[in-house]
Design a protein around this ligand. Structure first.
Ligand SMILES: *Cc1c(COP(=O)(O)O)cnc(C)c1O
Length: 393
């Protein structure tokens, strides 16, 4: 089983079978290796493992068989050479910054990224002398204009949250490489099932495994996928020292999450598309943001870059904040929570939650209106989801 070259297999098969190195117990399902350290056969072997001359586990802060299996599987699915798992999506983003940046460096980041990612770059890397400029995700000219001689990397999420705007990864990869920068893509919304940024020219992919990879809202985790060279030189040494390690239990949950990822994502996308089309017909809905709709500004790009349109739908109500809150409060089944990528449908009012810390001006500039509602479409029956939203429409 360990001799199979999983690169020859498709994503759905890799997701179920790759990464597990069966032990002497012949187990069928992958075990949780609940061990913090590993034993060496001799003092010499210990020394060789510590210097890296001999492969093998030393300590679970940096290698653990269950975590390794998750890493191998996700690296294959993202078509990357290597993956490292972290304790959360934010820990993965932190590791990329800690591994690659030094005082005096500069970063260009898209404006619509996850709120804590903004704070990470602004407040924490900023504190140590790294400057970050934020640009409009879909404006390639603005990206290029923001690059300086000391720019180390460009960082983006596509599709964006909560407006589901889509950036052309190949175009931005070319711009980054022309200026000797790396392109980093947070692939949380699409997962490798819908889009593989490394194949489109990105250098590093980061993940919050907490969302679709888990898929059932249980564990917090993250990952970084990149070339052997980037991981070995910049990310692995930081993981070993920084210690934001994924626990073997969480890796085991995420491994089973990956096994059903492709079929879950397809079902999420089908329901989200249907909900988006239905919402467009409803009175009181001013605009629906969903890349599957021909009304979406990057519909053609979405068709080209993604294999489906994703599980998140946002829509603007004509009645502003009052109507948005009324609609959210009128639901009886949907979960009022900011989490996403769950089998349970979740509903959020971005202007007063995920984007509530932004000033009204910044929020307006980002296009996040008071009447905007975001739905992460789950796997309940779509008619029940529609019925629940209809209560407050
Ligand atoms: C949730 C999220 C993160 C952070 O991940 P955690 O696992 O919550 O730390 C980063 N990026 C995106 C796009 C997210 O949705």
């Amino acid at each position: 089983m360990t001799d199979i070259n999983w690169n020859d297999y498709s994503l759905e098969t890799q997701a179920i079978r790759a990464g597990h190195k069966r032990t002497h117990e012949d187990e069928h399902s992958i075990p949780i290796f609940a061990t913090s350290s590993y034993v060496f056969k001799s003092a010499e072997e210990a020394a060789l493992r510590f210097t890296g001359q001999k492969p093998g586990n030393i300590y679970s802060r940096f290698t653990n068989p269950t975590v390794n299996a998750f890493q191998e599987r996700l690296a294959l699915m993202e078509r990357g050479e290597r993956c490292l798992a972290f304790s959360s999506g934010m820990a993965a983003i932190m590791a990329v910054g800690m591994g690659l940046l030094k005082a005096g460096d500069h970063v260009v980041c898209s404006r619509g990224v996850f709120g804590n990612t903004v704070l990470m770059f602004q407040n924490y890397f900023g504190k140590f002398g790294v400057e970050t400029d934020f640009v409009d995700l879909i404006d390639a000219t603005a990206w290029e204009a923001a690059i300086k001689p000391n720019t180390r990397f460009l960082f983006l999420e596509t599709p964006s949250n909560p407006l589901i705007e889509i950036a052309d990864i190949s175009v931005l990869a070319d711009i980054a490489h022309k200026h000797d920068c790396l392109l980093i893509v947070d692939n949380c919304f699409c997962t490798p099932v819908l889009q593989k940024p490394l194949e489109l020219g990105a250098d590093i992919v980061v993940h919050s495994a907490t969302k679709y990879i888990d898929g059932q809202g249980r564990c917090v985790g993250g990952a970084v996928i990149a070339s052997e060279d980037i991981i070995e030189k910049h990310i692995y040494p930081y993981l070993r020292t920084g210690g934001a390690t994924m626990s073997p239990f969480n890796a085991w949950v995420f491994l089973s999450g990956l096994e059903t990822l492709a079929i879950r994502i397809k079902a999420h996308c089908d329901s989200a598309f249907e909900l988006a089309k239905w919402l467009e017909q409803q009175a009181g809905v001013a605009k629906v943001h969903y890349p599957g709709l021909s009304s979406h500004a990057q519909h053609e790009l979405a068709k080209r870059q993604q294999s489906h349109f994703g599980g998140i739908v946002s829509f603007e109500l004509t009645g502003g904040k009052e109507h948005a809150w009324k609609l959210i409060d009128a639901t009886e089944m949907l979960s009022i929570t900011a989490n996403l990528g769950d089998v349970k449908t979740t509903i959020t009012h971005p202007a007063t939650t995920t984007h509530g810390r932004l000033s009204p001006e910044v929020r307006a500039a980002a296009g996040i209106k008071d009447g905007l509602v975001r739905v992460s479409v789950g796997l309940e029956n779509i008619e029940d989801i529609k019925k629940d939203i209809l209560r407050g429409l």
